[in-house]
Design a protein around this ligand. Structure first.
Ligand code: NDP
Length: 485
């Protein structure tokens, strides 16, 4: 029932029966509809979540102990694995992801649920030294009701890292998936109900970002909000949340560099570099979208990558090519416009992949493109494109590479390819970002590894145990019991 929200463990229609068409990016055709949620629907979902928590943490979900929360998350994770093939097919059709990418996402989601299932009962406070005659302890408590605004690029993974951690910490969740990627989220909510989560622990309202999403961020009943998406929308969400003193975690994308030194193991590096930009057709916040290569290997690296790029095929998600279509017409046009300006600027294209001949003309296909010798102030270097576009630049020294890597508005991830141990450590310390990968690159991976950015890439951390801490608030309890005279 995709035209119904999921509130209090039931599919409920939107109040005024308005719907949004669901388009298959592989052929541009409408194949389903989802509910167009309103502020009233968000309010219903928040009320259901509040009831699950209770006014004094006495609701059915707030009273579920950590061990039992863990068991529910584990059961839900097993259900996800049992339905993995169908979930992957739903996701591939809705978002244009290739089947292998969609399946990897579902497996990552199951792993998030498994990780947070195991972490529920490892979350604890401390006892603190204080004055004689006192015992002081800290208690980790859930925030209450958490809001989750999920983008379309990794719907099930981002759902897993955000909702999984929040439920594990004992919060009740209200989720607004992207209008271009809501079907898998509704499917997951049904599986949660079947796994036995009490009504109101998890609620999903579909709809447009500027309507349902904005209403969620502004709702005074939300006590914490997680957002993944663009910098501009992230600012709006944080401003709306700040008006009711609601903390936010913002994951806002990046322009992440991969830095290849003359001593790098190219056999290991090149396949990883290609995958880090074509994965999910480049629609990855942590995509390795900039390539900085030391001058001694620059020509060799560009030539070898060009050969690999020419062989890359974009096509319909269901035929599982190297790249699926981009998610929607807006994203397709945005990438095409950026490429047109790059051509007008006279930038040099080193290679271009192909679109399969049988790909429907109305689909949102974009070939992989490799640019070379791009100046540092170019839009291609400074702006997130969110398409399969890799930008190569030469550098001479380590200091120059560091300056180029750090000189964009973003700071999410960086990759460094070198055998020099001192250089590995120096760059790991001086790169301005939230994750550094040395002789590997982890776009999209690492359930256990805290993830998030600095500068325009946002703040707060998702994934790993760090995310779990972020979904709690700390209470200090000071007990004056005196001493035995
Ligand atoms: P947005 O930031 O607008 O969308 C991300 C999420 O926010 C979606 O769920 C969207 O819902 C929701 N949203 C939109 N407007 C509001 C609002 N006013 N209040 C609350 N929620 C809102 O990104 P776009 O989809 O427009 O993509 C534009 C660019 O953003 C991309 O090209 C890419 O550069 C970047 N991006 C980065 C992502 C990342 O992983 N960091 C993910 C997605 C995009 P809905 O889609 O239903 O409108």
């Amino acid at each position: 029932m995709p035209t119904h929200h999921f509130i209090a463990n039931r599919r409920q229609p939107t109040r005024d029966d308005q719907t949004i068409p669901v388009i298959d990016p592989s052929d541009g055709q409408v194949f389903d509809h989802i509910a167009r949620g309103t502020a009233a629907d968000i309010d219903r979902a928040v009320q259901a979540a509040c009831a699950a928590m209770g006014d004094s943490l006495d609701g059915p979900w707030a009273r579920t102990c950590a061990r039992d929360r863990g068991r529910l998350l584990a059961d839900w994770g097993r259900a996800v694995l049992e339905h993995a093939d169908e979930l992957a097919r739903v996701e591939a059709r809705d978002t244009g992801k290739t089947l292998h990418t969609a399946r990897n996402d579902v497996l990552a989601l199951a792993r998030y649920l498994e990780f947070y299932a195991g972490a529920c009962d490892k979350l604890h406070g401390d006892t603190l030294p204080y004055e004689t005659g006192y015992t002081v302890m800290t208690v980790r408590e859930p925030h209450g009701v958490t809001g989750h605004i999920i983008p379309w690029n990794y719907p099930v993974q981002i759902f897993g890292r955000s909702v999984g951690a929040s439920l594990a910490a004992g919060n009740a969740c209200v989720v607004k998936p992207a209008e271009d990627a809501s079907l898998s989220t509704l499917y997951l909510a049904d599986l949660a109900a079947q796994a036995g989560f009490p009504a109101g622990a998890l609620n999903v309202v579909t709809g447009y970002g500027h309507e349902a999403g904005a209403a969620l961020a502004a709702h005074p009943g939300i006590h914490h909000i997680s957002f993944t998406g663009s910098t501009v929308t992230g600012q709006r969400v944080a401003e709306a949340a700040a008006r009711h003193h609601c903390p936010a975690v913002l994951e806002l994308g990046g322009k992440s560099p991969q830095i290849v030194f003359d001593d790098a193991d190219l056999d290991a590096a090149l396949p990883v570099i290609v995958n880090a930009i074509i994965q999910n057709s480049g629609q990855t916040c942590s995509a390795g979208s900039r390539l900085l290569v030391q001058e001694g290997r620059y020509e060799a690296v560009v030539a070898q990558l060009a050969e690999r790029f020419r062989a890359l095929r974009a096509g319909p998600a269901a035929s599982d090519p190297d790249l699926g279509p981009l998610v929607n017409q807006k994203q397709h046009e945005r990438v095409r416009q950026i490429l047109a300006s790059a051509r007008a600027e006279g930038l040099t294209e080193a290679a271009r992949g192909q679109v399969l001949a049988d790909a429907p003309a109305a689909g949102y296909y974009q070939e992989a493109v490799l640019f070379r010798d791009v100046p540092q102030d170019s839009v291609l270097v400074q702006e997130e494109i969110f398409g399969p576009i890799l930008v190569a630049q030469p550098f001479r020294t380590e200091a120059e590479a560091l300056a180029m890597a750090n000189t964009t508005p973003y700071g999410l991830v960086a990759g460094v390819w070198t055998r020099d141990g001192g250089r590995q450590l120096r760059l790991a310390r001086q790169l301005r970002c939230g994750q550094v990968f040395i002789n590997n690159y982890g776009a999209g991976g690492g359930v256990e590894l805290p993830f998030g950015g600095v500068k325009s890439s946002g703040y707060g951390r998702e994934k790993g145990f760090e995310a779990l801490l972020g979904f709690t608030t700390l209470k200090t309890v000071a007990i004056r019991h005196g001493t035995i005279d």
